[in-house]
Design a protein around this ligand. Structure first.
Ligand SMILES: *Cc1c(COP(=O)(O)O)cnc(C)c1O
Length: 491
């Protein structure tokens, strides 16, 4: 947030013309007039120079002739919030921070302190335009084309699966996965309650019934023990469980080894919803490659984006080929338009796949950046006992897509804290509202451990997602940290 001051300082021997030129070049609205030792004498704005010229019509007059005014400055311990309140108090838009000798170190500006800090925004690599341009130049604007083929290959190689099909969204990928597994009317699909609605809606698209289960506090993901109980209960109730949707929440893999073992034992295939966990690993292997079918999302807020899009992956190459065919209106390979079954229009466009190619190349950097954001929050707020970060299970490496926390015995609730962050122009979000609490799914069964209580309910009430983008600056993050420190100091 703060601005590098080296290019903003000007000596008192310089004249008004030089100051105007420097102001113009820096386009920052303010200069810092310093003495020979580099200590700040005063700030200079356009208005100050205008007044000097009105008083004395001479561009050559030295800046030493400007009136001496004691500059409003902050010390090195100044927080972003303090800076803003000092600006408000003095009616100024810039605040220099100086060292003990009065030498300016940095400059806070109102425009930057009050610009909104978002939860998670697209972070372009710079190379996307090259591939998009190529699509334009070769007129591959229509769906499919070389970018789609290359993006599929690049993603499959990156995560280590046999094949991948680029689709229009992660939701479409889940729907297609369930469709290919033969899920239909009257069937049951097991799904964690604690997830985004897009994990569950495709179950309804197929006409099947969702059966929700709770997640473990140690991973925030599907509890293997509850999964086993749910499968036993369903067997007793003669439900036809056709699939299990496993979600890797907020970038952390679910405990896939026991989950796959249980599902194999019951003969139920797994769709792994890795929309949030691309780039994370489980036991050294990429998240999203454990289920019979895995899906990723490239929605704008995800770890990498194509503005909108998804991918279906599997080691079963015939299954992926079938996904491509079904996603292209299930059009048979004939000269005329031949259809033997219902299909969908779910393919990714060649233009958007170009964005994906630029993005997939920087996946590791994006994971490292998000993990760095998490680690900065964790160390800056280490003394605040009422914060419990989403634990990172020893079985893997999360991508920390979003930094999430639970408040325990905090002086302020999760919702209230979110509102207070918003007052500072900081976008925080609650944890996903569990499916069993959604009016849409009010009639669906929900299994949780009665002794422990429902984890999904608890984390929804007391949890929070913090701004976590890989392009979040340290200064922006410090603003978030300031507010959290202030609001949670009593705990
Ligand atoms: C984003 C998301 C999806 C849906 O992906 P889209 O590409 O937005 O359709 C599915 N599941 C989870 C857990 C998600 O976070």
């Amino acid at each position: 947030m703060a601005i590098d001051v080296a290019t903003l300082t000007i000596g008192a021997a310089a004249n008004v013309r030089a100051a105007m030129r420097q102001l113009d070049e820096r386009a920052c609205g303010v200069l810092l007039l310093v003495d020979e030792a580099g200590a700040l004498l005063r700030t200079i704005t356009d208005g100050d120079l205008r007044r000097a010229l009105l008083a004395n019509d001479d561009m050559g007059q030295s800046l030493a002739s400007l009136q001496r005014v004691e500059p409003v400055v902050g010390g090195q311990a100044l927080t972003a919030m303090d800076a803003l309140s000092m600006m408000n108090k003095h009616g100024i838009d810039h605040l220099p921070v100086v060292d003990d000798q009065g030498v300016p170190l940095l400059l806070h500006s109102r425009a930057e302190l009050t610009s909104k800090i978002y939860l998670s925004t697209p972070h372009l690599a710079g190379s996307e335009m090259h591939y998009v341009q190529e699509a334009f130049e070769t007129n591959w604007i229509a769906p499919l084309g070389p970018n789609v083929d290359a993006f599929e290959k690049e993603l499959a190689a990156k995560v280590g699966v046999a094949d991948a099909a680029a689709l229009s969204s992660g939701t479409a990928a889940i729907h297609l996965a369930l469709h290919m597994l033969g899920v239909g009317r009257g069937d049951t699909v097991i799904c964690p309650s604690l997830t985004f609605v897009a994990s569950a809606n495709p179950i309804l698209y197929t006409g099947a019934e969702p059966y929700f289960i709770d997640s473990d506090a140690s991973t925030w993901n599907m509890s293997p023990a509850l999964l086993e109980r749910a499968l036993e209960t369903c067997r007793r109730e003669k439900r036809n469980v056709k699939a299990v949707v496993v979600v890797n929440l907020y970038g952390q893999s679910a405990d896939m080894t026991p989950i796959m073992e249980i599902c194999d034992r019951f003969g139920v295939p797994v769709v792994e919803d890795a929309a949030e966990s691309l780039g994370a690993t489980y036991q050294g292997r990429h998240s999203g490659t454990f289920g019979h079918i895995g899906i990723y999302s490239f929605n704008g807020n995800k770890i990498i984006t194509t503005s909108g899009g998804g991918m279906l992956v599997s080691d079963d190459v015939e299954l992926v080929a079938r996904a491509r065919y079904l996603a292209s209106q299930a059009r048979r390979n004939e000269l005329h338009y031949e259809h033997t079954e219902v299909g969908f229009n779910y393919r990714m466009s060649n233009v958007l796949a170009g964005i994906g190619r630029g993005q997939i190349a920087v996946l590791e950097e994006r994971v490292d950046a998000r993990r760095h954001v998490f680690e900065r929050y964790q160390s800056a707020l280490a003394g605040i006992d009422c914060i419990r970060w989403m634990p990172e299970a020893p079985f893997g490496r999360a991508n920390r897509w979003l930094t999430t926390l639970e408040l325990v015995d905090a002086p302020v609730g999760g919702r209230e804290l979110m509102r207070r962050l918003l007052e500072h122009n900081i976008e925080a979000r609650p944890i996903w509202k569990p499916m069993h609490l959604q009016p849409l799914y009010a009639d669906a069964p929900y299994l949780f451990d009665a002794d422990k209580g429902s984890f999904a309910d608890r984390i929804f009430e007391q949890g929070l997602c913090l701004p976590s983008g890989s392009n979040l600056s340290d200064e922006q993050q410090d603003q978030v940290i300031d507010v959290l420190r202030k609001e949670l100091q009593a705990c």
